[in-house]
Design a protein around this ligand. Sequence first.
Ligand code: SAM
Length: 236
Amino acid sequence: PSLYKQRDQLVIDMVEKTKPKSVMDLGCGDCRLLKRLKFLRHGAELLVGVDIDCNVIREKMRALAPLVSDYLQPGNRPLTVELYHGSVMEREPCTRGFDLVTCIELIEHLQLAEVDTFSEVVFGYMAPVTVVVSTPNAEFNPLLPGLTGFRHVDHKFEWTRAEFRAWAYGVCWEYGYSVEFTGLGEPPDQEMDVGFCCQIGVFHKHSPTVLGREALTRRNTDVEPSVYRLMYRVVY
Ligand code: SAM
């Protein structure tokens, strides 16, 4: 399967294993991942997508509308799905204390100078229990046929494994997380020491109970968004 499907599957597998009650997909784009998560019915009460591009949300949000089958086989608890127009550079009170936040192929679209703010907002302010970050591994690029420069015109940077690790360890130290590295897309020759095509960090917050629960209470009192703009909300 293509790399984007493998990335979605990695998140799906994680969700099936850890059963987070609240999941937020930052840079959700066409909402493909949210749609799959919605069908899982793994016990989530809140699924949120955020993107800076309101047109892509507007175009795709109907894919999240309930189907007749959703009403014929309702889950045990109501599931709320929300889509917001907003930027990961902004502090939005209703984004705090999620169980899982995913940033799939997002950070390389930020200016390198913005990455510190991104880290502060996601790890310091939103402070979810678990964060998944995926980004291209620049060391794999020579294996991609015909590629000169970055993999996409909108990428502002692409990190080597060492650069990604340095950023990740910095975040862990500063905001109290630990990280495990993984990836997707192996080089054709196993002997080649280039790493995966797509590099992934899975971050876990130390002492999630204290911070997570406190923040989640705030979230559950139904804070209305004050910075992001709500584009879509559906309750199943
Ligand atoms: N996560 C999706 C996926 O895996 O297919 C989409 C990835 S796409 C390469 C990057 C997405 O990040 C785009 O939809 C883009 O609009 C969004 N994005 C870029 N900068 C952003 C920002 N500052 N805040 C929120 N979303 C942003």
